[in-house]
Ligand binder design. Structure first.
Ligand code: ADP
Length: 218
């Protein structure tokens, strides 16, 4: 079934989310206080609303509680994003994702009921630093405070070894969840499969174990 998602706030972050959701065939409703912003995104949305994130009456009228997900993409105006989260929670919205501008903002969003809090600038900074320091690191995504999914270029230690013989799970407590080979994604990979040059390993595990793996193997 098509997901119904509302995006409140059409800045850089909210706008990119809307375009990508449209590309992925989600039904998107866009809400912004600025008429020109709403107009700009009308081709990507099934419903367009010029209104405030804190207008409880408007949110009730559009039946915001029936959406699968509501994204609050207002960073600058902290007070508005917190009040909006609170209103959405009280109206019974199932899943609220909110963008935080700072750690304090993030904590407050969690306190008032946001289910997911994103720190895009912080996350991009960490990703960049990781990529610069570790050249074989292709991508890095934290999925909680202590767990991440990491993509590594297979180095010469792995090439022509079967996945099972590297001991990623036994020695490091990590799991290879996929192997990217040319344009193909092999998921789940067969443990007996040989790793080839130019493969990218997609690994999930505790960050402390990933660090140990990196220092010993990468
Ligand atoms: P980014 O950093 O992603 O560009 P901004 O915080 O700068 O995010 O963008 C905020 C967006 O939210 C703007 O498009 C602005 O018009 C909109 N906005 C600000 N206040 C409200 C509000 N009370 N209700 C709805 N939209 C708002």
């Amino acid at each position: 079934m098509t997901k119904e998602i509302a995006v409140i706030g059409l800045g850089q972050f909210g706008g990119s989310a809307v375009k990508q959701l449209h590309k992925l065939s989600a039904d998107v409703t866009v809400i912004d206080i600025s008429e020109s912003k709403v107009k700009y995104y009308e081709d990507y949305a099934v419903e367009c609303i010029v209104g405030s994130a804190t207008d409880e009456k408007m949110l009730k009228t559009i039946g915001i509680e029936h959406y699968d997900e509501v994204i609050i993409a207002i960073g600058e105006d902290i007070q508005t994003s917190i009040l909006c989260t609170l209103i959405l929670k009280e109206l019974g919205v199932e899943s609220i994702t909110a963008k935080a501008q700072s750690n304090h903002h993030g904590k407050m969003l969690k306190k008032v009921g946001a289910d997911n809090v994103l720190h895009p600038e912080t996350e991009m900074g960490i990703r960049l630093a990781n990529q610069l320091v570790n050249m074989s690191l292709v991508d890095y995504m934290e999925i909680s405070d202590d767990t991440a999914i990491v993509e590594y270029d297979a180095n010469e230690r792995f090439i022509n070894s079967a996945l099972i013989n590297i001991g990623i799970r036994e020695k490091f407590g990590l799991n290879v969840i996929a192997i990217k080979r040319n344009k193909e994604v092999i998921v789940p990979p067969d443990p007996q499969m040989n790793i080839l040059e130019n493969d990218v390993l997609v690994i999930i595990g505790k960050i402390k174990n990933l660090n140990r793996f990196e220092s010993k193997m990468i």
